[in-house]
Design a protein around this ligand. Sequence first.
Ligand code: NAP
Length: 313
Amino acid sequence: MSSQREYDVIIIGSGPAGCTAAIYTSRAGLRTLMMGGVTPGGQLMKTTLVENYPGFSDGIRGPDLMMEMIRQAEKFGAEIIYKNATRVDFSSRPLKVFTGNEEYSALSVIIATGAGPKMLGLESEQRLMGRGVSTCATCDAPLYRGARNLVVVGGGDSAAEYALFCARIAERVTLIHRRDRLRASKIMQDRIFSEPKIRILWNSVVEDIIGEDKVEGVLVRNLVNDELSRVDCEAVFIAIGHKPETEIFRGWLEMDEEGYIITRDLVKTSVEGVFAAGEVMDKRYRQAITSAGFGCIAALEAIRYVEMVKGLR
Ligand code: NAP
């Protein structure tokens, strides 16, 4: 194996948790590799204005914030590769992380792979993905400018944000939610209720997405009276939450029933020297700033661990 592929710490993921960890470990002089993934920057790359990240009184665009974080990590010497980790081997030391056939090793690993969008689980959803079905309205809704109707599924802040974004683009927006009240924060709910273009179908679920080559509508079931109805639309944006990206760690690390990595002392996983930070272990707070905070803690623990290991040599 090439010596160039040996690091003090490998950070998997490049959202706020991964970037913050990389800034801290590289600034502390640790030989740091951040595996940024093929689409670096994490979930903030898919959002518009971030208004609640401290330090930006006028807000900052999500992608701009992430590019700044990546630049900051690079400035301190972190190496960044834009590949996905495909496999790990934590059975011996140094710890190993693979991207396809390429092997990288490190004394410590920080997992900051975050969480990906949950799907409805419909065959039509898979078939029409990218042909009107999307999990990112801020990325894809502009493709449907002037549409007669766009559908958003979900009742949280993401669904609210998507619906408001779609209302700027389409003549009408239909928000489909399975309960009789939104989970979204009060400020987002107020904005939703005062936007006349948004119609909410309460107590309703999407049973099917209609269309052969492109989305033409959705089949909706009302859970109160069990009635089925068709809602015509040009696109469907699914915003029903996220699930952690932990598949490659299955069998190596303790996880809960939903696949979130279980940690103690905030960031320590069940394997010594392996730390987890951000939405891959935190399903409660899930904010960019809390993820960044966990990334900082994981880095401080990794720095301490690497120094201890080197001291023992
Ligand atoms: P979330 O808060 O978990 O909301 C998911 C929504 O989808 C819920 O309303 C849920 O319904 C619904 N849902 C879940 N599974 C479903 C299924 N199988 N079929 C139909 N509906 C389903 O997720 P999120 O909206 O992505 O937000 C995640 C976190 O990010 C939150 O902490 C949020 O505050 C934050 N966030 C903040 C902003 C902002 O401040 N601008 C923007 C986006 C996200 P129930 O309500 O019935 O459970």
